[in-house]
Write a protein that binds this ligand. Sequence first.
Ligand SMILES: [Fe+2]
Ligand SMILES: [Fe+2]
Length: 405
Amino acid sequence: MLNHDLSFFYYIVLFAAYCFIGWVAEVMYRSAAQRKFVNAGLLFGPFIPIYGIGAFLVVVLEYALQGRPIALRLAAFGLVLTLLEYAAGYLSEKIFKLKLWDYSEYRFHLHGRVSLLFSLFWTVLAFGFVTMIHPEALRLSALLPAGPVQIAAIVFMVYFWIDYTFSVMSLAAFRKGVAYLYEEYFNLSSLEIEDILKSFQRLREAFPDLNRYVNQNINRRIRIKIGSFLKPVLEKFFQELDGRKPFEAEYYETVREILDHEEFRKLKDYFHHNSSIYRHVHDVAYLSYRISKFLKLDFRSTARGALLHDFFLYDWRHHDAPDLPREKFHGLEHPKIAAANAKKYFSLNDIEEDIIRKHMWPLTIVPPKYKESYVVSFADKYLSSREFISEYKKRIEKRRSKASE
Ligand SMILES: [Fe+2]
Ligand SMILES: [Fe+2]
């Protein structure tokens, strides 16, 4: 397990090799999950230190427990690696104030920092490593000449220190960026927002659970801001809506181009909630138009954007569209598909496009830019839940009448 003839520098080179192997394993795992190349881990370079540390802990344990029953060794590996992962999670939360990984959605987890499933996985990995990989790596490294090994080890240590420093700075920049986004959200242009989110793309891909942090910090605060502005007005609006319909002609005038379009009329053939998409978008557009008018917003863009918000020509329950393969969620994808369709047949302004792209917020991470978009997103949810409830009531009625027959 250990070769006492080898100098400290050999172990540094082995450590680098294990950090690299860990990086390769993690890249394969993350890239498979996200279906594209993901540079995993905190460091910019191809090393993940926690794997190197774990590897050495396992080697030391195996050395100390020589000749002991295999069950005992496995238990020791599992326990020590779980402690290591827990400590790393705890420290990153304390030092960086970020949860880089979060197992809270797994069963049998502890504070989201460790979980039974992953601990079992680490144990199996450790056993394979200590019986197959490490003895071979030790044998091979002993063949290397001492001089170059010493140089390689020193270069690695210097590089490691620099990379680590920059990586920690990038975490701090990430937290600052998120804070900046929720403070200044409504004063920034869409381009600036996109740029900021893009600058964190690597971190967010390497640690997908960070999206939860972005979501909590940006979306929750914006929801509170919007809620305090929208709620009191909506109450007034619904009081005034009762029994009055004076704007019909103007509404139809605004949306005639879309309503009469051949491609758009196809929406009549597609199911949505308990009627067609056509019916649904029409209802959402009219309600949004009324609210926008009431709030003195751009009601034309609101009506047009709302009408196009679900412009997708497929039955989402069957995934029968080329843009929507099985593994993609309709909920996240259809705003993009609708926006592409809408742009193909109509010319959209910024507000209209924002309405379509963001109407599923907060499911999609980037919040809407315009008040009009919040109006449509609200109207969509409000009417969808009403459609859902009325459908539900109908079913209950059916069941009741069947039971009484
Ligand atoms: Fe939708
Ligand atoms: Fe909708």
